[in-house]
Design a protein around this ligand. Sequence first.
Ligand SMILES: *[C@@H]1O[C@H](CO)[C@@H](O)[C@H](O)[C@H]1NC(C)=O
Ligand SMILES: *[C@@H]1O[C@H](CO)[C@@H](O)[C@H](O)[C@H]1NC(C)=O
Ligand SMILES: *[C@@H]1O[C@H](CO)[C@@H](O)[C@H](O)[C@H]1NC(C)=O
Length: 444
Amino acid sequence: MMAPTQRSRSPPRTWSERSTRFFRLWVLAVVLTLGASIFVMSQGGMFDFRETVEWVRLQVDRAVCTPAKRTPADLSAIDLGPQNCTHIPLPPHMRVPRMFVADEAFATTMNGLTCRECDELPVYDQIRRNLTGTLVNRVEDAEFIVLPFPAECHDSCRFNRQIDFRRAVDAMQPLLDRNPRAKLVTVSRRPFPERTNFRTPMRDLLANNPNIMFLSPEIKNLQSRELRSGAAKFSFLNHVILPQFPVDFTVFDAPFAPDWDRPYRFCFQGTLLNAERTMVTDALRQRNDSYVLSTCRSDRADFAATTFSSGDSATLYSQCQFCPTPRGDSNCDTRFFDAMRVGCIPIVTNAMRATPYIRHVDYATWSLAYLRDTNAKRFAQYLDTLADQSPESIHHQRLRMREAALQITHAECNGAPGLHYALASLIEDRSGLEDLWGHSFQNM
Ligand SMILES: *[C@@H]1O[C@H](CO)[C@@H](O)[C@H](O)[C@H]1NC(C)=O
Ligand SMILES: *[C@@H]1O[C@H](CO)[C@@H](O)[C@H](O)[C@H]1NC(C)=O
Ligand SMILES: *[C@@H]1O[C@H](CO)[C@@H](O)[C@H](O)[C@H]1NC(C)=O
């Protein structure tokens, strides 16, 4: 086995950042929207409000978001070494329900169309391969009927009107007639309506389908007040939080060694979407020991050019001691999982963080929470206090992080513990949870 190699490097001296001033942005947006509306109306044309708003948002972003160049971190020399393949024992009292996969009924509704490149398919495949030992061949024996719906696809199934969720659900009726006690369950990578074949916002899916459980990483920008309201809380109980995809992520060994070199103290790379992210960017750019690369919303036009792959993010985060993980488009982002699998201690800045399998996995003893406000100066002071911890205590924090990462991954070499937890969650009593992830509101 090759020992992982790593050059010892000090952080580069120059960084880039872009900063968005929200008040200026707001004033400019109002002026531009009014101007554009008046112009369009004076031309007597049809006024597409949504397109205009999107256009205005991009113009505002281009106007107030200023780029600066930075020498990119050289990640090519970093070798994260082999995967940790420790087999994770499951809690003895945990029970995974009996599952029937509705392949035949589903294939019939698809009229012969087969999806090959859908992110959810590996999860269905793990269930089909009986990794939990709870697969049944007869629907009468099942507690759950798995609807193998391909929600986020990259091939001919993408945005294909034939792949209609309602029709797929209706096709399950004969199976439910044979076993009325069974419930339906399906998986979705990212239920954003514009990106998935669901074409319906997650909230509406949950409300419209009270008899279906959804396994999915997130609900876009879920608010705590939604969970406090009784009716919504009820439908959110049908939503089991998964980690971000790929759920069978690799947990590495080398970055958890006590002598692994982490030249950056804090790291953040991402898009400036909100006040939390601006706070993190503003605080980090004042430091000479940190990595920050924040791009603008308008850069998303050429998305591929400005974002890191999950693998590259993990390599970058392996070079960092702490990773602030401000909220993104949703409450749960890939950054959190990329950070934890390489030992970068996450600093969570939003209370509604999606934490998979909270009943079974400890997050509290290794992640940090900064939930006070979005003032960059106060956040910078908070970061200063973190610099004082002893290396030994940080190392032990990291080891607990590795334990948690190994428990939530669906990687088969670890025994797919996450898959067991996800399926077990379907029958656990989650009604007592204060929010989806077990945070109590007193701590928010
Ligand atoms: C799944 O595994 C369990 C336990 O090993 C076994 O009893 C069961 O028959 C398997 N199911 C199928 C459909 O093969
Ligand atoms: C970084 O800043 C600290 C004070 O904030 C200073 O003590 C240190 O010398 C600086 N390091 C470099 C390499 O500039
Ligand atoms: C893999 O992780 C387990 C659990 O944290 C740990 O006990 C073990 O030492 C790790 N393996 C290696 C080779 O570091």
